[in-house]
Write a new protein. Sequence first.
Length: 199
Amino acid sequence: MAAKRGRLEGWPIVGWSALALVSMAGVLLGVYGTQEEGVRVLIRATARTSFVLLLAAFVASSARRLWRNGATSWLLRNRRYLGVSFAASHALHLAGILTLVTRWPDSFWSKTSNATIFGGGLGYLFVAAMTLTSSDAAVRRLGLSRWKLLHRVGIWVLFGIFVLTYGPAGLSHPAYLPASLACIGALGLRIAARIRARA
């Protein structure tokens, strides 16, 4: 997709996002090292970048319905590419987790609950399915109704996982409070947009 009005558009968003994410990973591992502490820092950082990118895709259509301006137009127009950028971020997140599992298995399994493993596994199934179908050709193969169902269910499942991760954490750790409030704000935005659509 070509750029419009000098703005970044389409697949270049994914390329620049991936470059920024890999650069961030390199800086973090350079500062904190490649031992367990550094890998855990990388895992936390990529969880946050994934959250921001998913949230942007999650609220895109609602924000456009509520505010008709250039910013929301860009957000909705590039929702697919923000979603694929989220997948790139979460691929780095998975790489960090797999590094932790293989190099420090005792530490990983002692600090990770079965619910986290189940929820994370389910989330990654949806990430894979949604990424592989993020093209016009995939829409044609699946059919529009099935494609919409997959992506609608998938983004709610992924959003729900982040809500369960950051929601309770914000009550006990002030550092997580902005993420908790962002979850509430995103949900409120979706509800407000639905009310306006019905009105």
